[in-house]
Design a protein around this ligand. Structure first.
Ligand code: NI
Length: 228
């Protein structure tokens, strides 16, 4: 499932990120790429676990946690600490699949994170740069994603994807991967659809007796499928 999450960051948080990233020490993005994706990658990245990456990463995690659709769409078990990248001067990232497992070194010991879901949060106004589209090959064909600043997209970690060259201006983004409690994308989708329907019914027919059963079915499916 490919889903846009509007307004993850508001204007104040965006302005703060832009100001902090304007003077950032960018490193070659290839330093953190796997063997195969390094050949396709031409961008800049904040050094992982640097003070600035930690500070802004905490801001992004907090915003995702408060977004009304993020939790229900992803059912996160472990979110990799967000990373930040910058594309400019023709920089791009050719077609690749992200590594299946990454190691989160932010705690006392490294913890594996299976990359079930990928997330990109756009930080630059799309009118301020040319190119820089995120192209995702999903089961519904090629999806072109270039969102307003502050909006995010989540998509299956299994997807082939790429970023087209940025030929004018600068494209800043945060990105991360999430291990979901629900490994199977089809099951995750079914739970999301059920949750959206329950919320609509709760809004329009809050007294309907079937709501209790439907909510019970949601939780019983989650109980059956969740890996914790
Ligand atoms: Ni990628």
């Amino acid at each position: 499932m490919l889903l846009q999450l509007p307004d993850v960051l508001g204007p104040d948080a965006l302005a703060h990120c832009s100001e902090r990233l304007a003077n950032a020490d960018w490193a070659d993005g290839r330093l953190t790429a796997g063997y195969q994706s390094a050949k396709a990658k031409d961008n800049l990245q904040l050094v992982e676990r640097s003070p600035l990456a930690r500070e802004l990463g905490a801001l992004v995690l907090d915003a995702l946690g408060r977004h009304p659709s993020f939790f229900t769409a992803v059912l996160p078990r472990h979110i990799y600490p967000p990373l930040f990248n910058c594309y400019r001067g023709g920089g791009s990232f050719g077609t690749h699949v992200d590594n299946a497992v990454r190691y989160d070194h932010s705690g006392a010991r490294a913890e594996p994170v299976r990359t079930d879901v990928s997330m990109t949060l756009f930080l630059s106004d799309p009118g301020s740069y040319d190119g820089g589209e995120l192209l995702i090959e999903d089961t519904y064909g090629l999806q072109r994603v270039k969102l307003p600043a502050g909006h995010a997209v989540i998509y299956p970690g299994t997807s082939l994807h790429r970023v087209t060259p940025v030929t004018r201006g600068e494209r800043l983004a945060a990105f991360t991967w999430i291990q979901s409690m629900i490994r199977d994308a089809g099951q995750r989708r079914l739970l999301f659809d059920l949750d959206v329907s329950i919320r609509l019914l709760t809004r329009d027919h809050p007294e309907h007796p079937a709501l209790v059963n439907l909510t019970g079915s949601y939780h019983n499916l989650l109980r059956q499928w969740a890996e914790l």
